[in-house]
Design a binder for this molecule. Sequence first.
Ligand code: ZN
Ligand code: ZN
Ligand code: ZN
Length: 375
Amino acid sequence: MDRDLSEDDSVVDLSFEAESPLAPPAELLERLPSYDWLFQGGGQQIMFPPLEAPGRPLEQRCWSSFLEHRVPLVTEEVAREALLSFVSSKCCYGSTAAGDLIIQELKQQTLCRYRLETFSESRISEWTFQPFTNQSVDGPQRGTSPRLWDIKVQVPPMFQEDTRKFQVPHSSLVKECHKCHGRGRYKCSGCHGAGMVRCPSCSGAKRKAKQSRRCQMCSGSGRRRCSTCSGRGSKTCATCKGEKRLLHFIQLVIMWKNSLFEFVSEHRLNCPRELLAKAKGESLFKDENTAVYPIVDFPLREISLASQRGIAEHRAALSPRARVLQQRQTIELIPVTEVHYWYRGQTYVYYIYGTDHRVHVVDYPDRYCFGCTII
Ligand SMILES: [Zn+2]
Ligand SMILES: [Zn+2]
Ligand SMILES: [Zn+2]
């Protein structure tokens, strides 16, 4: 049976807009007396942490242990073993060359790696909302909202990054949903509220082209039930989940972040820098506190300068908006060996780096596939 749109009286006339912006209009939100400053700068504000207390005085450090520290030298035997274990871990490297090569020269150097890690906390506040389900409302009538840096929260373990959100006390208020204007539903955009759509099989012609039989899909009606709204013509409002009202409140977003500054001392070898940054080192010095002070008297001047630079860089980058909770600076020794070897009339080079003797091969004579495309 043919059905006309006008016959379908089950559809409620929903004249309001199906779409509306995600964020509530600013004028919708009443200004809470204690949070007026939030509206300066578009509703979201970065809070400035209170000033840090002056730190401890600089300590004199004794570096004599630095001179005593020695990383064991790599011998020819160790160099060959390291290469053999490297090639056996790769599918396309033959072990013959590693076994037969003649080591000509071992160039060794111990590098210093300086690292500064700064663990900081920053706080921002923003308006947000959720469907109101008759829960109790903690509004300004219950008291003044605390200032953002006065809200006490559980800090995650040091140097463990995290982001968490909290509801600011006494900042809540209930408003009619701005998307459905308090109706809980809005007009279906698939059928414009009709509940029915044109039959996709016969395009509304009621019968297929060049066929006299009426369309099977719509039983000749030319229309099908709208699949978006299951024929209801309206959909539950996604913003208020059909609750008609929203609970607006100020949300405190806390971010705990690690910042890293890294410096590897100058060297004459051609081992790639990114490998040296990851290399396993021998710990020489470790200093951890709520704030660390620049190393000034390390025997290697470039390390002292790196420490000063790193601390200044982190301070400049973080101090206006974040509070430093903990800092850690370390100095490690990174051994690097450049191995020159001879194999079947040619010379080649590879590197052994880190205390765990990792290998970086520049060119290897006994390699039988490229890029491991065939396994
Ligand atoms: Zn629909
Ligand atoms: Zn049809
Ligand atoms: Zn709604």
